[in-house]
Design a protein around this ligand. Structure first.
Ligand code: AVJ
Length: 340
């Protein structure tokens, strides 16, 4: 057993069985509550709701549905690239790597990587880092399907989990961050995040990042305005969540989904548009929100990158570029970098 780990006093260890354990911080850090965050972001002049709040049970289910609508190309494109990596990533790895994932992800993608890890290693270690405890559920199936797999979940923010990993042991890590989740960050926050990743990596560790690429505006806008209206439901669902959890009285009929591509800033911008002059009470945030007809509540940015920007960004942080994989249409990218 690993001593460094048990000595990490900030985390409590839960052993489920010999192949599954997880770590959770004792005290949740002094983070703002949902109510407080909504109070400040909806109470300000430019109203917004952070996209991390999309993912309650209903929202996570809707996001899964988005991933399979025909207009939403990122998921299936990234999967097609990961299929190529089955033979093209192993040359960059040796026996000793463990797989670390930021977000416990869709297990379809994780599995594509676990396939070749488990077939070339005697024992494979998988460390998902996720703020939600969902990883304890999805783990069972993985353990059933891969007999030489052990899972150590870290239930914390990405930054917290990476910090934890830094003092864990000397085993090499392949850290993966898929799905263009990075696109939610503003360029400045994204840069800071990558610096954090870099600072927690050991020499020899690898980082694989999936990023959506700049492309034709109509393809981008269709992906966030699917004809089945699933993205609209996903966006509006955050208001239901606020109703349920913060005792608010949003009437969803008085809002519409609005998503456009901002070419200058290279990002999809998602909003909830108020369809009338209205006033909403959010009891637990101690807030009375006044909205005018056509006023927008910002809910998400999804930044798109050019290959040269991805390379410059990673290079600026200090990473060494190993390889970038693309699909045939150059819609999506996976880039592997190392810390030397
Ligand atoms: C999970 C942030 C990568 O930006 O494409 C999908 C979320 N929002 N449709 C994205 C999302 C609307 C997604 N990310």
């Amino acid at each position: 057993m690993n001593n460094a780990l048990q000595e990490n006093k900030k985390y409590k260890k839960f052993v489920v069985d010999s192949r599954l354990q997880y770590f959770k911080p004792h005290a949740t850090k002094i983070e703002k509550t949902f109510a407080e965050e909504i109070s400040s972001t909806l109470g300000s002049n430019s109203k917004s709701i952070h996209p991390k709040f999309f993912y309650d049970n209903k929202g996570s289910e809707l996001f899964k549905q988005i991933c399979s609508v025909s207009e939403y190309y990122p998921t299936r494109t990234e999967i097609s690239i990961l299929q190529k990596l089955q033979t093209e990533l192993p040359p960059f790895l040796d026996e000793d790597f463990r797989l670390v994932e930021l977000g416990s992800g869709s297990s379809v993608k994780t599995r594509l990587i676990l396939d070749f890890f488990t077939s070339s290693q005697k024992n494979t270690e998988y460390f998902p880092i996720d703020i939600s405890e969902i990883l304890t559920e999805s783990s069972e199936e993985l353990l059933n399907d891969y007999k030489n797999l052990t899972i150590t979940g870290i239930i914390d923010t990405y930054e917290g989990g990476l910090e934890f990993l830094k003092t864990y042991d000397d085993k090499k890590n392949l850290i993966i961050f898929l799905g263009s989740s990075f696109g939610n960050f503003s360029p400045i926050d994204g840069y800071k995040f990558l610096e954090k990743v870099y600072s927690t990596m050991k020499p020899g560790d690898l980082f694989l990042i999936g990023l959506d690429l700049v492309k034709d505006k109509t393809i981008l806008e269709s992906a966030y305005n699917d004809s089945e209206g699933i993205t609209a439901k996903f966006n509006l669902n955050v208001l239901s969540r606020i109703n349920d959890e913060l005792d608010a009285d949003f009437d969803l009929k008085n809002f519409s989904h609005y998503a456009i591509y901002n070419e200058k800033d290279q990002r999809i911008e998602m909003y909830l548009k108020s369809l009338a002059d209205q006033s909403i009470v959010v009891s637990k945030s101690d807030l009375e929100l006044k909205l005018q007809k056509d006023e927008l509540i910002h809910t998400e940015y999804s930044h798109k990158y050019r290959l040269s920007q991805i390379h410059d960004l990673l290079d600026d942080v200090g990473f060494e570029l190993k390889h970038t994989w693309l699909d045939d249409k150059k819609h999506f990218s996976l880039t592997l970098v190392s810390k030397n």
